[in-house]
Design a protein around this ligand. Structure first.
Ligand code: NAP
Ligand code: ZN
Ligand code: ZN
Length: 356
């Protein structure tokens, strides 16, 4: 019997988020049922709620949320890794084919059979609903492989954004070997960017923040940047020409990439993690070939690396800087996020669902 579950959903690209009831499946043999305590608000939630990604059309009703933390309330008979009462988390994926090369390497987000089931807006393999429903809800049921453990050392609400913003920056930082002796740039001080600054600094890289907001300079330094550059200031940008090993770009809108490409050393990489509605203008081919520079992309991170990142954050005492909100403020939070007016991640206190 499916379980009726309180949630917040919207019914179309222009419709606001509002109280709704969704169904969750009864936990199966390998499933974990989780009471959601907190859920972070990612810019991808907004892109999806408003149907901004033509490559990934939104199925309505849409229940976003993929920075989920909570407590285990029930487990299936075959579950080995989690038990009732454990502090757990779910990020951007809830299933994949588990058999292909990428899945076997723990890179389930790149499943070679396109079998990744994302936490929201993917076809629901259990047919409980037309699409998967995310964390703006009181509970979720997930295969244990996709359920992470969260150390008691981490504040649960502030740890929620690690599940997307944290891993989305940790994974490329590790892949492109950010660390001592490397100069790393993070573009945009939003939810992803502020985790990028904290993580690059913790990994020992010389960390430079690029921001369009002069009001964020002090915060950038407090969060771990050795230097902050106002990206609209050509003279400040020029001072860093040919000096970066790696620049990770988190910006959520299309913009000119060339000024950042020029800052890469020979063999440097500009890694795009921001996923804007419209494509960036084509970058300069000459800028790439004159210094063997590359432009790459990176998507979240696999399950083993997500657990590694959570353990790294527990060891280093890293969480997100958050503004805790009741779910009734989600529409206002989206508008503020569009104005870059959040320090630096909204997290929903899921207790508030009981008030709607
Ligand atoms: P966010 O909190 O809104 O942050 C985006 C930041 O971009 C802003 O804080 C702002 O920083 C900067 N920015 C905004 N408008 C700008 C403009 N017109 N020109 C230049 N910079 C601008 O968003 P987020 O949650 O971090 O997500 C960022 C993007 O990453 C979204 O597109 C999201 O969908 C995507 N994403 C991708 C993955 C992945 O796996 N690759 C995972 C999660 C999210 P400043 O004020 O400092 O300039
Ligand atoms: Zn996200
Ligand atoms: Zn696979």
């Amino acid at each position: 019997m499916p379980i009726a579950t309180k949630a917040f959903a919207n019914s179309g690209p222009k419709a606001p988020m509002a109280a709704a009831t969704i169904q969750r499946r009864d936990p199966g043999e390998r499933d974990v049922e989780i009471e959601i305590l907190y859920c972070g608000v990612c810019h991808s939630d907004l892109h999806t709620a408003r149907n901004e990604w033509s490559a990934w059309p939104t199925v309505y009703p849409c229940v976003p949320g993929h920075e989920i933390v909570g407590k285990v309330t029930k487990v299936g008979a075959g579950v080995k890794q989690h038990k009732v009462g454990d502090r757990v988390a779910v990020g951007c994926m809830v299933q994949s084919c588990r058999k292909c090369g990428s899945c076997k390497e723990g890179l389930e987000q790149y499943c070679d059979t396109h079998g990744t089931v994302f936490t929201y807006n993917s076809p629901d393999p259990h047919n409980t609903a037309p699409a998967t429903y995310g964390g703006y809800s009181e509970r979720i049921v997930v295969d244990e492989h996709f359920v992470l453990s969260i150390s008691d050392k981490l504040d649960l609400a502030a740890a929620a954004p690690l599940l997307c913003a944290g891993i989305t920056l940790y994974s490329p930082l590790k892949h492109w070997q950010a660390g001592p002796g490397k100069k790393v740039g993070i573009v945009g001080l939003g939810g992803l960017g502020h985790m990028g600054v904290k993580l690059a600094h913790a990994l020992g890289a010389k960390t430079v923040l690029f921001t369009t907001s002069p009001s964020k300079v002090e915060d950038g330094k407090r969060l771990g940047a050795d230097e902050v550059v106002i990206s609209k200031d050509a003279a400040q940008m020029k001072a860093h020409t040919r000096s970066f090993d790696l620049i990770i770009n988190t910006v959520a809108v299309a913009h000119d990439l060339n000024p950042f490409l020029e800052l890469l050393k020979r063999d440097g990489a500009l890694v795009l993690v921001g996923a804007p509605e419209h494509p960036h203008p084509s970058p300069s081919i000459f800028s790439m070939l004159m210094a063997r520079r590359s432009i790459a992309g990176s998507g979240i991170g696999g399950i083993p690396e997500t657990q590694e990142m959570l353990d790294f954050c527990a060891e280093k005492g890293i969480v997100s800087d958050i503004e805790l909100i009741p779910i009734q403020q989600i529409n206002e939070a989206y508008e503020r996020m569009l104005k870059s007016d959040v320090k630096y991640r909204f997290v929903i206190d899921m207790k508030s669902l009981n008030k709607s």
